[in-house]
Write a protein that binds this ligand. Structure first.
Ligand code: ZN
Length: 270
């Protein structure tokens, strides 16, 4: 697999160094580091990877990132590896063009642009999860909107838009958000909301911090499963209305530390 640096080298050969500068619009140098992050944050990022795997939100695929606390123009994410296997040594730093600060030959996730482009346009977002959470997939390929069915998923009240990659990438992409333009289009679909589905692919979930992004990813999956069950019973489904959902979201938001502590302890015990 080609790493970013390897690709840059190959492009430099094809375009000349000036071509690379023009193509990237930035210095040909690797971006500067924002410095080492708090080991506690790295531990939480490792835990987030493993929790999402434990809870069935990610499998061998999917990724989670956190914005660098010392520089909003940087984010932290694992090298390309299954989330369940992530350790602190796998965490890499990226700029918002999703160029690695210090790749050292490590391969990086093809879809890292999801993260960089969302951080660029959402200054409020501190953590991003991309997953192929199975129960949400039907809601990305039908006309049934994903809606908050119970208090734990009340945060879905703003609505869950569906990213149509054909609109941004043409009729025959490989479905992957593999370049900045597709990342920007996905970030635009997400808008100011907490979750966007990706048609025929998965979802992106954001939060004010890692526990919130993990919590939302898990309960988006649970809501999708429960909503499909409720719809299969027939008749209208009685969803939370917006006022109920706003109040429930505020109440539940204060309790996220409880499941996080449980999930993290289990995830790091292995
Ligand atoms: Zn994906």
């Amino acid at each position: 697999m080609l790493t970013t640096n390897r690709r840059q080298f190959l492009r430099a050969g094809a375009l000349g160094i000036t071509g690379v500068l023009v193509a990237r619009g930035v210095s040909a140098q690797a971006p500067a580091s924002a410095g080492p992050a708090d080991p506690k944050l790295i531990e939480d990022l490792v835990a987030a990877n493993r929790i999402l795997a434990d809870q069935g939100v990610v499998d061998g695929y999917g990724h989670v990132s956190v914005r660098h606390p010392a520089d909003p123009q940087r984010y932290l994410m694992s090298r390309s590896i299954a989330p369940e296997l992530v350790t602190a040594a796998d965490i890499m730093e990226f700029d918002l063009d999703s160029v690695a600060v210090d790749a050292r030959g490590r391969s990086v996730y093809l879809e890292r642009f999801i993260h960089g482009e969302i951080y660029r346009v959402r200054p409020d977002v501190v953590a991003v999860v991309h997953n192929h959470s199975p129960s949400v997939i039907p809601f990305g390929v039908t006309t049934a909107p994903l809606k908050p069915l119970y208090h734990m998923s009340a945060f879905l009240w703003p609505g869950v838009p569906v990213f149509e990659i054909r609109n941004a990438g043409g009729p025959a992409t490989d479905m992957l958000v593999r370049n900045p333009a597709l990342g920007q289009a996905l970030a635009k679909t997400l808008g100011a909301g907490p979750v966007a589905l990706m048609r025929g692919h998965g979802a992106v979930v954001v939060g004010d911090n890692l526990p919130e992004a993990v919590f939302r990813s898990f309960y988006t999956e649970v809501n999708a499963r429960l909503q499909a069950q409720a719809m299969s019973l027939g008749g209208p489904v009685n969803y939370l209305d917006t006022e109920e959902a706003k109040k429930a979201q505020a109440s539940v938001a204060g309790t996220i530390a409880r499941p996080w502590e449980l999930w993290k302890r289990k995830a790091l015990a292995r």
